[in-house]
Design a protein around this ligand. Structure first.
Ligand SMILES: *[C@@H]1O[C@H](CO)[C@@H](O)[C@H](O)[C@H]1NC(C)=O
Ligand SMILES: *[C@@H]1O[C@H](CO)[C@@H](O)[C@H](O)[C@H]1NC(C)=O
Ligand SMILES: *[C@@H]1O[C@H](CO)[C@@H](O)[C@H](O)[C@H]1NC(C)=O
Ligand SMILES: *[C@@H]1O[C@H](CO)[C@@H](O)[C@H](O)[C@H]1NC(C)=O
Length: 199
């Protein structure tokens, strides 16, 4: 009984937050001290059935290609949080023979590594909340600073983006997120920032 009440409460809270206010489409542009990466676009790449990673492609850029276009879904009338603004879902529309599949970015950890591979999955339900700062840089919101005792409420944007050779069904050069304040354990990782550029 008790757990079903909890599940209902959880389902209700998800139902209240509808991430249906969609931004204009944009590209995700890398910036890096490595000239090969700097200015490149992140493209959606196949990582499984209806699952895509964010891949670095070395070829010519095509800003209007659908695999290079993303949107930001927020809840209508959300209240901005100091330093964070309004967090929402990074969304991608996967074109398929059976129609378009609205997908949202999820970052889930392999608990044995500090390098996580962001992936798009169908639907909004398990997505990771992200934000864009006033310079259009992509970040993850951190609400509690647990490097102090006791953990302190201190909303801050965090930018632990890297480009790494990752293996999440396929070996690709992808965007990755490094968990915590240490260096990535994957030696291929190169520090980047990710900026949205509206098309
Ligand atoms: C994003 O918003 C659009 C417009 O409301 C909606 O059609 C789409 O399903 C949303 N994407 C996700 C992944 O929920
Ligand atoms: C720059 O990035 C490319 C693509 O990941 C990589 O092949 C190359 O080794 C990097 N160059 C340096 C100097 O790290
Ligand atoms: C870029 O993408 C658009 C939309 O998919 C396509 O029509 C166009 O042919 C592509 N351009 C190049 C140079 O591949
Ligand atoms: C919807 O999002 C846009 C930016 O993406 C924002 O300018 C607008 O105020 C939002 N609308 C509502 C009702 O929250």
């Amino acid at each position: 009984m008790r757990s079903s009440t909890l599940i209902l409460a959880f389902a209700a809270s998800r139902a209240v937050a509808q991430y249906t206010n969609q931004s204009k489409p944009f590209n995700l542009v890398l910036s890096s001290s490595n000239k090969t990466l700097d200015g490149a676009l992140l493209g959606a790449c196949h990582e499984g059935a209806a699952i895509e990673g964010l891949c670095f492609f070395s070829g010519p850029k095509n800003a209007s290609a659908s695999y290079n276009q993303y949107t930001f879904n927020t809840t209508s009338g959300a209240t901005p949080v100091p330093n964070i603004g309004i967090a929402g879902l990074l969304t991608y529309t996967l074109p398929t023979g059976d129609g378009n599949i609205p997908s949202a970015l999820r970052i889930s950890a392999d608990l044995t590594s500090n390098v996580a591979v962001p992936l798009f999955f169908p639907g909004p339900d398990t997505a990771t909340l992200v934000g864009f700062d006033t310079n259009n840089k992509l970040f993850l919101p951190q609400y509690y600073d647990d490097t102090v005792v006791p953990p302190k409420y201190n909303p801050e944007p965090v930018y632990r983006w890297y480009v790494c050779t990752t293996e999440d069904d396929y070996v690709y050069t992808t965007l990755a997120w490094v968990i915590g304040t240490h260096s990535p354990e994957n030696p291929s990782c190169q520090k980047v920032h990710v900026t949205r550029a509206f098309v």
